[in-house]
Write a protein that binds this ligand. Structure first.
Ligand SMILES: [Zn+2]
Length: 432
């Protein structure tokens, strides 16, 4: 064994060296950011005339009027507002908008996975330049494990992009998820990993974790309809299957995101023990109370609902318009009850040319204060990810993921659609 050891060390360093060389290395010295105002992601009040001291890839100090250390590189952001890097907890970097079923099918049938991955490299660059320094990407929609490859390319400095928390293929049972409606003589791609039966669900979770899933995503429901004044849905998995899915994910240290829109799908997901509810249009008092008691997070993805409603209504599904109104009501109730609401947009469900920061204005219109909306995309979003020690606030010890806008987002939340400065891990990616 002893004889072998030096050889192993050489081999490992030979493997690691090229990655390190390619990585966007944090500047060795100290950088001081001067901000007219700092919203640190946690406090109720901004800090005026703040200085943020960055050493390597992390924040060393942040506060009002701090002395700039001798020899530090100074970035003067003038009267601008600095904030923690924004976090979007519901994206699809492998998707380029799917307002209609035809849009979706076209991508899966006519675009190869390599081509979709190339497009994803543009999507992640766009996200970063818009100020999103971390994404939870909630399934590849038929592009297998290519999200893991995009994440690896970002981490190795091959391409610029946010920190990625990926869920790979998502899970749904036979016949519940596109592609659907083709001749049984054809084998067409699946938008998810199709799986039936509790044991197979466990196997699929293990497989996804094996290939790099940070999260497990599944589709709890489909076919949304109104009955007795409530939004209902068809539940995809049996209770036994859903429980097996969550239990196996948790056993492997992964949390579970459940796509759940109707009250039936949401109830099933909460009973199974899902950690986050995605979309959640049909949330009512009873379900919201259950979420508060269990500490379950909600990603409402408001903008995409409004964005796709017209197209889907025109294609024969007017329920999508009703869901926009229902979600607005649910959002108001959730705020009053103290449900943990995280920023999540479903970007990719709409084209990446739409700035994913547009969700902020909807959250404010639906009842949040601008500061609450900012916290939803910073400290609350980081807590959903279990990353609050590293992300979501401008505090000593956190990664230096910091963005800035020229105006005051507390006065006009749409300022966040015009991010002028982006730093991730101490590296400046954008400075206007
Ligand atoms: Zn989605």
């Amino acid at each position: 064994m002893k004889i072998l050891r030096p050889a192993i060390v050489i081999l490992i360093s030979a493997l690691v060296a090229p990655f390190q060389a390619a990585k966007a290395a944090a500047p060795a010295g100290v950088t001081a950011l001067r901000c007219g105002r700092l919203i640190d992601g946690k406090r109720a009040e901004p800090i005026e005339n703040a200085v943020v001291i960055v050493e390597g890839e992390r924040i060393k100090e942040a506060g009002a009027g701090l002395a700039v250390p001798a020899g530090a590189r100074v970035v003067d952001l003038g009267r601008g507002t600095c904030l923690p890097g924004l976090i979007d907890n519901h994206t699809h970097v492998m998707l380029q908008g799917d307002i209609t079923a035809a849009d979706y099918d076209e991508q899966l049938l006519k675009e190869s996975i390599p081509y979709r991955a190339i497009r994803a490299t543009a999507a992640v660059r766009t996200a970063l330049m818009n100020g999103f320094t971390a994404l939870r990407d909630l399934e590849t929609e038929g592009a297998m494990y290519a999200d893991v490859d995009v994440k690896t390319a970002i981490n190795r400095g091959v391409i610029p992009g946010p920190r990625m928390f990926v869920s790979t293929r998502a899970l749904a049972p036979t016949g519940t998820y596109p592609l659907l409606g083709y001749s049984w003589e054809l084998r067409v791609p699946e938008g998810v990993q199709i799986v039936d039966g509790a044991d197979n669900v466990r196997h699929a979770v293990r497989e996804q974790v094996k290939y790099g899933a940070d999260w497990i995503k599944y589709y709890s429901d489909r076919r949304y309809f109104m009955k007795d004044g409530a939004l209902h849905s068809w539940v995809n998995f049996t209770g036994e299957e859903a429980r097996a899915l969550v239990e196996e994910a948790h056993r492997l240290g992964r949390k579970v995101a459940a796509h759940a829109i109707g009250r039936d799908g949401i109830e099933s997901a909460l009973k199974a023990g899902a950690d986050t509810i995605e979309h959640g249009d049909g949330l009512d008092d009873e379900l919201l109370d259950l979420m508060v008691r269990r500490g379950v997070y909600w990603c409402p993805t408001i903008f995409v609902g409004a964005y796709v409603a017209e197209g889907r209504a025109a294609a024969g599904a007017p329920i999508w318009k009703t869901m926009v109104d229902l979600e607005r009501q649910a959002f108001g109730k959730a705020l009053r009850k103290g449900v943990k609401i995280s920023y999540g947009t479903d970007a990719g469900g709409y084209a990446w040319t739409e700035n994913q920061a547009k969700e902020f204005a909807y959250m404010v219109r639906y009842g949040m204060t601008p500061l609450q909306a900012i916290h939803a995309a910073t400290s609350v979003a980081a807590a959903l990810l279990g990353q609050e020690a590293d992300l979501g606030s401008v505090e000593p010890g956190r990664y230096a993921d910091i963005v800035a806008v020229k105006g005051d987002p507390l006065a006009d939340i749409t300022e966040l659609e015009r991010v002028s400065f982006v730093m991730k891990g101490g590296v400046v990616y954008k400075q206007e």
